[in-house]
Design a protein around this ligand. Structure first.
Ligand code: GUN
Length: 294
């Protein structure tokens, strides 16, 4: 692959293979098999694909996993009961409730019901709070995957200007927070829908992290020469040449930016596979008792 392209597929395979070897040791020395429970409510096709892919990664790595698929009209009480069951199950070290949940369910209430010691998504307020202050905790998988990509590609963050586009709780806010840590020492700016001139702000960036959910939003006139681009977007874009009638595109216009940028993550095959790899890492660390004592 061209060395400008940050191959998330390859890096995630490397991480998964490291976890697989460590899992064999954990099993043989401690008799512990990492276990992950998935809860999927409703029929969202993208969510189904994500959960299936995460389940596959569990089998690849020798983890135990279980998926509970619930109907769209599942009650909040039923969901809470299921979470309580997994909270008390010693075979389960991680619980993942796939988001978004059906609209009648209070998402915060569900996330807060998960034992924070099994919150491998890193969404529980105890983990997000600890992340803020730099304490040991589960880090949310996509931001964790982004920082791992930057580390493993030796991309300098120290003193660099990083512009994050998007302020979601899952990506924008936590990745901005992580890159502020002494470990990364980035100067971070977060842009969002009310930012006056996103293009002007992006032109100051050594690193751009695009996570706004707008297909091909970032064009070459947004970036300075040599800028590193991390594209978190996954958007369905109509394409009459594709069999399905659509193709997946990121929040960055890849072709337009390719010549001018320093490095760039493709979509698919960039950040996406890293999210799964870091979910596996969090589950392994949970089973081993690296984050919280077991
Ligand atoms: N929906 C989109 N991304 C995620 C994720 O990382 N975790 C969960 N649980 N749901 C999601």
């Amino acid at each position: 692959m061209n060395d400008k392209i940050i191959d998330g597929k390859e890096i995630s395979s490397q991480i998964k293979s490291e976890i697989k070897s460590a899992t064999e040791i954990l099993k043989s020395e401690k008799g512990i098999t990492p276990g992950l429970a998935f809860i999927l409510a409703g029929e969202d096709p993208a969510s189904k694909v994500y959960v299936r892919n995460k389940g596959r990664a569990c089998s690849e790595l020798g983890f135990y996993s279980v998926t509970e698929s619930l109907p769209e009209n599942v009650s909040e009480i039923e969901l809470l009961k299921l979470i309580d069951k997994f909270n008390r199950d010693d075979k389960i070290h991680g619980i993942l409730v796939q988001l978004p949940l059906p609209s009648h369910i209070n998402e915060r209430k569900i996330i807060e019901a998960i034992d924070h010691k099994k919150d491998v998504d890193g969404f529980h307020p105890l983990n997000t709070g600890k992340m803020m202050t730099g304490e040991k905790c589960f880090l949310p998988c996509t931001p964790y995957g982004i920082t791992e990509l930057l580390k493993r590609k030796n991309i300098r963050t120290d003193g660099m200007n990083t512009v994050v586009i998007g302020r979601s709780n899952i990506v924008g806010k936590p990745v901005a927070n992580l890159l502020l840590r002494k470990e990364f020492n980035s100067t971070v700016t977060v842009c969002h829908s009310r930012t006056k001139d996103i293009k002007e702000v992006c032109l100051t960036a050594d690193i751009i992290i695009a996570a706004i959910g707008k297909a091909q939003f970032v064009k070459k006139d947004f970036i300075k020469e040599g800028c590193v681009i991390i594209d978190v977007g996954i958007n369905r874009t109509e394409d009459s040449n594709a069999k399905t009638g659509y193709r997946m595109t990121g929040d960055v216009d890849f072709e337009d930016c390719f010549e001018k940028c320093g490095m760039i993550t493709p979509v698919p095959g960039g950040v996406g596979p890293m999210t799964i790899a870091m979910l596996m890492k969090n589950t392994f660390d949970s089973a081993k008792g690296v984050i919280y004592e077991r």
